[in-house]
Design a protein around this ligand. Structure first.
Ligand SMILES: [Zn+2]
Length: 281
């Protein structure tokens, strides 16, 4: 009996210790996933308490037949400098601070956007993804671990897509995930086929002029000249918990400064499905 109590105490201590360490490590981005001898047992124990993710990918949405991908040809055909439509898209998130602050800005101005999330981040912050969905933004997929798909085998490509899509459907079974954006914009016909097979179409962009060195002023300028543009920003840098990275701070400030003015000048901020949904039924 004493042995059992001792063992239980050790497991509980490992669990809490492991949890704290994991949060700290995730926050400081020292390593993406905890690889820590002490926490191995704690992780197993924690996993027992978590909802079990399907080991075999679930197919919660039927394949797309005759879907049309949002590639540069389609964008050029349907959008131009005089189009009032503007599409804010955010890749690599969610993250604990940047995504939340971006959602605050969008909420203040009643603007909808599209979030291309990574499965590995979704499992860390399901509540932030919940907020994305609850506030009427579009949830879309950007893979599980952000690989260059051109370096993967067909099986690895499918695993990246299937596992992360399964994860999204595990948390949000009612949400249609219509778009897949391959990391670095790199993909081939196999990726297209797998995406369609899992009920998604590829969604690219035509505006990526801001980067990690862009100032808030530059970001605001781009947003104010964004008619007919599918714009890409990044919200997944994971700086220490409770803070924004410099690039994220500039992004939030740039959006804050510009989206209200752009809207006042007639820009129509939309999700990708608001405008292109019919191309990927
Ligand atoms: Zn990315």
């Amino acid at each position: 009996m004493r042995k059992l109590i001792g063992l239980t105490a050790i497991v509980v201590i490992c669990f809490f210790l492991g949890n704290c360490v994991q949060r700290f490590v995730a926050a400081s981005q020292m390593v993406p996933q905890l690889a820590f001898p002490l926490s191995a047992a704690a992780h197993e124990f924690a996993a027992m308490l978590q909802p079990r993710f399907p080991q075999v990918p679930i197919r919660a949405q039927p394949p797309v037949f005759n879907g049309t991908d949002i590639n540069i040809d389609l964008i050029n055909q349907w959008l131009g400098d005089s189009s009032p439509e503007v599409f804010l898209t955010f890749d690599d998130g969610p993250s604990a601070e940047a995504t939340v602050q971006i959602l605050d800005v969008l909420q203040r101005h009643d603007i909808k956007a599209t979030f291309f999330v990574l499965g590995s981040n979704v499992s860390r912050l399901p509540d932030v993804v919940q907020r994305i969905v609850a506030e009427g933004h579009e949830l879309a997929l950007h893979s599980h671990t952000h690989p260059n798909f051109l370096t993967l085998t067909r099986e690895q490509k499918e695993a990246e897509i299937a596992q992360s899509l399964s994860l999204l459907h595990w948390y949000f079974p009612e949400v249609r995930i219509r778009w897949f954006r391959p990391p670095y914009g790199k993909y081939d016909q196999e990726v297209v086929d797998i995406a369609h097979d899992y009920g998604m179409c590829i969604a690219m962009f035509n505006e990526i002029s801001t980067d990690n060195n862009s100032s808030a002023g530059e970001i605001a300028r781009v947003v104010l000249n964004s008619r007919g543009k599918i714009m890409v920003f990044h919200d997944g840098q994971w700086p220490p918990l409770g803070r924004l990275s410099e690039a994220e701070a500039q992004l939030v400030a740039g959006l804050n400064r510009s989206v209200g003015i752009a809207k006042g000048r007639g820009a129509k901020f939309m999700t990708l499905s608001d405008y292109f949904g019919g191309f990927c039924p």
